[in-house]
Design a protein around this ligand. Structure first.
Ligand SMILES: Cc1cc2nc3c(=O)[nH]c(=O)nc-3n(C[C@H](O)[C@H](O)[C@H](O)COP(=O)(O)OP(=O)(O)OC[C@H]3O[C@@H](n4cnc5c(N)ncnc54)[C@H](O)[C@@H]3O)c2cc1C
Ligand SMILES: *[C@@H]1O[C@H](CO)[C@@H](O)[C@H](O)[C@H]1NC(C)=O
Ligand SMILES: *[C@@H]1O[C@H](CO)[C@@H](O)[C@H](O)[C@H]1NC(C)=O
Length: 384
């Protein structure tokens, strides 16, 4: 049993940023991480060619910029290097191989009780540890677990299938027929990567999406400092239409609402094209509609087409797993493991519980959550 002021669950960018802000204010905190490293999503569960989608000035964590010589769009390894510096500069010391299994609020003691599975022991004995703290910061991520839809026949599929978080690159798919399911940023980029590696690539595009270039996004971010969201949407959609033309004839429909309106209200990001669209237009990457079911190694689509694939990559998203371990506290987190209060009040719940990284605003949202939380805890403690 160990007692501290703040326990932070998760050592991703959100947990690291919160720990850094607390350390600056000399507030004791312990970061618990189930994996054997920090930023496990970036180190272990993302594809090789990944770069930050936004320009570097929008992606840094509190109190440390990217180095001046970093490229505008920082590649995955550059971001990991940045985090290495961040962790050593702010003296952050996560405890690894600690999976948080159950958390309750003890209202008599007015403390959080955190039960942790310690997997660091070498002799295969799993130890249970208990931490108590006055404040709890949930930083386990919106993307804690990959999700694959229930598709009839998937369990008897004879090919290989993986979630996008297991995809590194297309080396082993050269010459294979591969289907990518999902047309968000991961799906579109993985399809492009597979094509680059010489796979015969198809992609399932079911939902309408906005397709933008990263330059259009950067321009929109600048415009949004001066113009209302609606105007930014109208201008951005017009520019996208100029560049790409009508994409519906290639099977890609555009939503009726604008890209930044959708981002604000639903959290769904526009797709940032890395070259996939030109391959779709030339027919080198094939677009297919929704999947109906799978039979042996054949996929049946909603338009009746039946196509054989050697492998399927499900870029079908992620979910939060907060509800697996946070007992009670339904006033702070809903059944999907997302905060109940809406932006910009999402980061604070009752009884000293906070969350960082759940505003669907990427690294920018994380940076402001971490600062808000640390300042709030500081005010609370110093008011005593
Ligand atoms: C492929 C991909 C690309 C992305 N690209 C960008 C981008 O370019 N720009 C951007 O702003 N955002 C991007 N994002 C969003 C990205 O998720 C966040 O920016 C960032 O990684 C989220 O940080 P986080 O700390 O909230 O969550 P995570 O990075 O997911 O970290 C959460 C940590 O908590 C740990 N954890 C979870 N449950 C437990 C538990 N029960 N006990 C102990 N530890 C636990 C996990 O192991 C993990 O290490 C991307 C996401 C993905 C999936
Ligand atoms: C490539 O995939 C398409 C279906 O997506 C299929 O019709 C075609 O035969 C495949 N080509 C080769 C060379 O395997
Ligand atoms: C400190 O936090 C506790 C728990 O959320 C709350 O009850 C108390 O009112 C806070 N005190 C101040 C001064 O903010």
């Amino acid at each position: 049993m160990e007692e501290t002021m703040v326990v932070i669950v998760g050592a991703g960018p959100a947990g690291l940023a919160t720990s850094a802000c607390l350390n600056r204010l000399s507030i004791p905190n312990i970061v618990l991480e189930r994996e054997d490293c920090y930023a496990s999503l970036w180190k272990k569960r993302s594809y090789d060619r990944l770069k930050l989608h936004l320009a570097k000035q929008f992606c840094h964590l509190p109190y440390m910029d990217f180095p001046p010589n970093a490229p505008t769009y920082v590649p995955k390894n550059g971001f990991i290097d940045y985090l290495d510096n961040y962790v050593s500069h702010f003296g952050i010391t996560p405890r690894y191989l600690r999976s948080v299994e159950s958390v309750i609020y003890d209202s008599d003691a007015e403390k959080w009780q955190i039960v942790v599975k310690n997997m660091t022991t070498t002799d295969n004995v799993i130890e249970t540890e208990v931490y108590t703290s006055r404040f709890l910061v949930v930083a386990s991520g919106e993307n804690s677990q990959g999700t694959i839809p229930d598709i009839d026949g998937l369990d008897s599929y004879v090919g290989e299938y993986i979630h996008s978080n297991q995809y590194e690159n297309g080396r082993k798919f050269r010459g294979k027929d591969v289907l990518v399911v999902g047309c968000g940023n991961s799906g579109m980029e993985i399809a492009y990567d597979l094509w680059n590696w010489g796979a015969n690539t198809s992609i399932v595009v079911r939902n309408p999406v906005h397709v933008l270039t990263k330059e259009m996004v950067k321009m929109a971010m600048i415009m949004s400092q001066y113009l209302p969201c609606k105007a930014v949407d109208i201008i951005t959609v017009a520019i996208s239409r100029l560049k790409y033309g009508k994409l519906s004839k290639y099977g890609i429909r555009m939503p009726t609402k604008g890209p930044f309106h959708l981002k604000e209200t639903t959290g769904r990001s526009p797709v940032i094209d890395v070259g996939t669209i030109s391959k779709i237009k030339s027919g080198e990457i094939k677009v297919l509609p929704g999947m109906e079911c799978i039979k042996d190694n054949e996929v049946v689509f909603t338009n009746g087409a039946t196509v054989q694939f050697d492998a399927i990559v499900f870029a079908t998203g992620y979910k939060s797993t907060v509800r697996n371990w946070l007992k009670g506290s339904y006033e702070s987190f809903d059944e999907k493991g997302m905060p109940k209060r809406s932006f910009p009040y999402h980061w604070k719940g009752g009884n000293g519980i906070y969350n960082a990284g759940f505003s669907r605003r990427g690294l920018r949202g994380i940076s402001s959550d971490a600062q808000n939380i640390a300042n709030d805890i500081y005010i609370n403690i110093t008011a005593d």
